[in-house]
Design a protein. Sequence first.
Length: 219
Amino acid sequence: MLVAFVDDHPTLLEGLKAIFGRRNGYKVVATGGCCDEALDIVSKFKPDVVVLDLNMPGNAFECIKSIRKASGETKIVAFTASSGINHAIEALQAGASGYVLKGSSLDSLTDAIDAVLTGDTYITKGFATKVIAALTHPQGAPIKLSAREEQIVALLLESRTNREMAKQLHLSEKTIKNYMTLLMQKLKVRNRVGLVMAARGMPLPGSASRDLDRIGLLN
C-alpha cells in the first residue's frame, strides 16, 4: 500500500513516516507540508492513500477536491485537530473518505487507512455520531423515503456499486443514478459520501442498520 502524509508540523510528519514506514504492507512514498505539495505528491507518486491535515497552508478543502479530480483512485483521510462538525462535513463532501482527530490513537488512523482502501467511510469513533446528527434534516423532521428509495439506501450502506444495485433491483444503471440524484437533493448533500453519512442517521429496514456495526461508526 502506497501512502503519503501531508502536515505542516515537521515532528509529527517525521513520526508518522517512521511508524508507518516500519509497518508491514505500508510504503511511505512521500511527505509534504502544504496543499501545493500534496497535489505534487499525488501527481508524481499516485499514492493509494493521502493523509492530510486540514489546517496546513492553503485551502485544504479545495485541495481534497483537486486530488479527487486528479487521481480518482487515491483515497483521502483528513487527520486533524479540528473537531468542528462543519469542517468534518465539508471535508467528507469535498471527497475525503476518512476523518480522524489527532487526539485519537494511532490504531484509529491505521483503521481509517485500511477502511477507505476497501471503499468504506471512517470517522473517529464517538465523533461520528455528531457528524451523522448534523447531516439529518436541519429542523429534525423525519425525511420520508419511498420503498424504492429505502431499498437503494440500504444497498448503498452495504457498499454496493450502482451496477450491483441495478442488477439486484432489476433496474437500469441510469435509473439508479436518477434515484441517487433525487436522494442527494432530498437529504441535502452534494455527493455519494454525503449521502452515505446522511443515510446512516436514518432508520432503515433489512440489513442496513447492521452495516453500521460492521463499519464501526456507532461504537
